[in-house]
Design a protein around this ligand. Structure first.
Ligand code: ADP
Length: 226
C-alpha cells in the first residue's frame, strides 16, 4: 500500500526535509501522520503524489514504485488514491454535482456512468440535497464533504486527508472523522496528515509521528493489539 524505504528528500543541497525515513502502511489501516509545522508532512504528501521525487531510497504507493514510474503512468497511479486537500480545491464556477462529474469526465468516464455514480457518492457523504449548489453557498464542512466525495470518484484504495480539521469548526471535524472511519470500515486505507496532537490522540489509531524529517514514534505495535 505505502512503503517508504530509507527515503531522503532535499530541497536545495542544504535543506533535508526527509531524512532516511522507512515506514509501511498496510491495506485497510487507518493512520495519523502527526508532526509540527516544518516536520515534513507536506513533503511526505508530495512524495506520495509524485509531485516530488525522493533523492534517496524508494517510495512505493499502491504497487507503483514512484522512483521508477514513467511520467505517462503517473495519472494512473494518482487515480488509485483520493486526496482531500486542506483548501478543498473545488471549482467555484461549478455546482457540487459538476465538481464531482468533472473529476470523472477528465479521466474519460462515460456520461452514463457519471449519472449513476455522482448521486451515489453524494449520498455517501450526505450531500444529496446540495447537488445544485455552488461551493460558495456551502458551509466549510459541506465544502470539505464535496472534496471528500470527489476524492472517492475512482473508488481509491487509499484516501489521504491533509489537515482535515484545519479549515472547519471543531464540531464539524468530528463529522469528517466519522466519514473517514466509515470509508475505512469498508476496507479503504486512510491516512490523516495533521499537526493536531489532540485529534491524533482522540482515536485509538496508529500514529506515525514525524519531526525534522524523521519518524520519532510509530504506535504500529500497539495498533495491532487493538
Ligand atoms: P510541514 O508540512 O510538516 O510543515 P514541509 O514538508 O513543508 O513540512 O517542510 C519540511 C522542511 O522542508 C521545512 O524545513 C521547510 O522549510 C522545507 N521546505 C519545504 N518545501 C521547501 C521548498 N520548496 N524549498 C525549500 N525548502 C522547503
Amino acid at each position: 500500500m505505502i512503503d517508504f524505504k530509507n527515503v531522503t528528500k532535499y530541497y536545495k543541497p542544504d535543506i533535508t526535509a526527509m531524512n532516511n525515513v522507512s515506514l509501511h502502511v498496510a491495506k485497510g489501516e487507518f493512520v495519523f501522520v502527526l508532526g509540527p509545522s516544518g516536520a515534513g508532512k507536506s513533503t511526505f504528501l508530495k512524495l506520495m503524489l509524485r509531485e516530488e521525487v525522493a533523492d534517496k531510497g524508494e517510495v512505493i504507493v499502491n504497487g507503483y514504485n514512484l522512483s521508477k514510474i514513467k511520467q505517462r503512468d503517473v495519472p494512473y497511479m494518482r487515480r488509485t488514491l483520493g486526496v482531500v486537500f486542506q483548501d478543498f480545491r473545488l471549482i467555484p464556477t461549478m455546482t457540487v454535482y459538476e465538481n464531482i462529474a468533472f473529476a470523472m469526465r477528465v479521466t474519460n468516464i462515460g456520461e452514463r456512468d457519471i449519472k449513476k455514480r455522482v448521486p451515489y457518492i453524494l449520498s455517501l457523504v450526505g450531500l444529496t440535497n446540495k447537488a445544485k449548489k455552488f461551493p460558495t453557498q456551502l458551509s466549510g464542512g459541506e465544502q470539505q464533504r464535496v472534496a471528500l466525495a470527489r476524492a472517492l470518484v475512482h473508488s481509491p484504495e487509499l484516501v489521504i486527508a491533509d489537515e482535515p480539521t484545519g479549515n472547519i469548526d471543531p464540531e464539524l471535524s468530528i463529522e469528517i472523522m466519522e466519514l473517514l472511519q466509515a470509508i475505512n470500515s469498508v476496507g479503504t486505507t486512510v491516512v490523516v496528515v495533521t499537526h493536531e496532537h489532540e485529534l491524533a490522540h482522540k482515536y485509538a489509531k496508529r500514529i506515525i509521528e514525524i519531526k525534522d524529517g524523521s519518524v520519532i514514534r510509530d504506535t504500529a505495535e500497539k495498533a495491532v493489539m487493538f
